[in-house]
Design a protein around this ligand. Structure first.
Ligand SMILES: Cc1cc2nc3c(=O)[nH]c(=O)nc-3n(C[C@H](O)[C@H](O)[C@H](O)COP(=O)(O)OP(=O)(O)OC[C@H]3O[C@@H](n4cnc5c(N)ncnc54)[C@H](O)[C@@H]3O)c2cc1C
Length: 393
């Protein structure tokens, strides 16, 4: 059973115009934020191109409609961990990618002031669940400031909820992810094929064809933006993309505002926010259930949901007994090194892909979309996220 998320349930009914063409300059398969951001970037760069976005479900039916709506800078790792993992220059570049992405979102919203995405420039708190994690946060804040990113280390829990320390990033935000992806696709002018599964690709002398039970579409080039489901689409992704489940619930509205920021805790394994209408969203639990939270099944489980409820009651006892109105799960795409994956499909030189932004696809979205659009035009994947980095030397 797949449950609709709060975002899918609260976005106004939306009916994109019926498609009129079957041949495109670029066909984007996958109508999540990766596909939507790439469509928008391509429309800016190549206004004469005919674009289409195809999805086996509705737009925002995948992880994009099933996340927490956090716009956080950086990856899931604390910055000191990223520096140790990738080296200073790469860690800084990756962080800068997410900062640029957020800037593009602000520019998009400023350009289209009537677009309503419930954007909340509320800042974020990253909370340490242990004294050791507090030390990592202190180091991370120092490294971030040295690298020019403006964050503040707080040596105690600013919420008074049993944590040990925090980083405050005033630039982070919250957003309604389904409204954002729809707006990007709408403004791109792409034709939209919903409930249109693609099951096979065929490279022909006149381009590439995407075949499925509802018909065939032809394009000069294709961008696959399938996230974790890429593993079902092509065996080429089997050892590179690892579908991983995440779970969330949303309570009924609480009458008092307890939280302003979006909050990440316990190395990002748990997260929460109070929504504009007073509801609380809690997500995570993946570290405690690492062996079951894998694969592409979007069914929430009693075990993880129960774990999240205990987390809520431990840190916010005043919320215990508040009804839970929405429970859902979504599937992220992970890679072996924690970074997104862009490149071209073997044997299909006109088929490109942009996948696997882990648990930070909203944070990476518009800049990775811009890089994907550039890759499709120039034929060069961005070095930082190129599939080539995962190939044995
Ligand atoms: C529980 C949870 C919480 C999260 N919280 C956050 C957060 O707060 N902030 C953040 O930045 N990130 C968060 N993430 C991660 C973020 O949601 C993802 O990184 C991002 O949405 C990925 O976008 P995407 O477009 O790559 O994938 P998706 O949104 O999954 O889109 C892929 C699309 O491809 C379609 N598709 C697949 N196969 C086919 C096919 N054969 N034919 C046609 N269509 C197909 C699917 O239907 C789907 O709509 C979270 C993820 C989860 C699961």
């Amino acid at each position: 059973m797949t449950s609709a998320s709060f975002w899918q349930a609260t976005a106004e009914p939306w009916q994109p115009p019926s498609p009129t063409a079957q041949t495109f300059d670029c066909l984007i398969i996958g109508g999540g934020i990766a596909g939507g951001a790439a469509a928008y970037a391509l429309a800016q760069a190549k206004p004469a191109w005919k674009l289409a976005v195809v999805d086996r479900r509705q737009i925002g039916g995948g992880a994009t409609g099933r996340n927490a709506g956090f716009l956080l800078a950086g990856t899931a790792d604390h910055y000191a961990v990223s520096v140790a993992k990738y080296g200073r220059a790469t860690a800084r570049d990756v962080f800068a990618t997410t900062v640029a992405s957020h800037d593009h979102i602000r520019a998009f919203l400023a350009r289209y002031p009537t677009v309503a995405c419930d954007y909340l420039p509320c800042g974020s708190l990253t909370l340490a669940g242990t004294p050791d994690e507090a030390n990592v946060l202190a180091q991370s804040a120092e490294l971030l400031r040295e690298d020019g990113f403006n964050v503040t280390f707080l040596p105690s829990d600013p919420l008074g909820r049993g944590f040990y320390a925090a980083i405050h990033n005033p630039h982070d935000a919250g957003i309604h992810p389904v409204k954002l992806v729809r707006a990007l696709i709408e403004q791109s002018g792409a034709e939209v094929f919903e409930h249109w599964p693609v099951t096979a690709l065929e490279t022909t002398p006149d381009g590439v064809r995407a075949h499925g039970p509802r018909g065939s579409l032809r394009a000069e080039r294709i961008l696959l933006a399938l996230n974790g489901e890429a593993v079902h689409f092509s065996p080429d992704f089997a050892d590179k993309v690892f579908p991983t489940r995440g779970q969330i619930f949303v309570t009924a509205a609480y009458p008092r505002r307890l939280l302003a920021e979006v909050v990440y805790a316990n190395h990002g394994y748990e997260y929460f926010r109070q929504l504009p209408d007073g509801r609380f969203l809690f997500g995570g639990g993946r570290r405690a259930f690492a062996s079951t939270e894998i694969g592409t099944d979007e069914t929430p489980t009693a075990e993880v949901q129960g774990f999240l409820e205990s987390f809520k009651d431990r840190h916010f006892p005043e919320l215990s007994g508040l009804p839970i109105d929405y429970r859902w799960a979504g599937v992220m795409g992970f890679t072996p090194d924690g970074l997104p994956l862009l490149g071209t499909l073997p044997n299909h030189p006109q088929v490109w892909f942009s996948l696997a932004c882990h648990g930070h696809g909203m944070g990476f979205s518009l800049e990775v979309g811009r890089l994907a659009a550039e890759m499709v035009q120039t034929g060069c994947p961005p070095a930082r996220f190129d599939l080539a980095r995962l190939k044995p030397a």
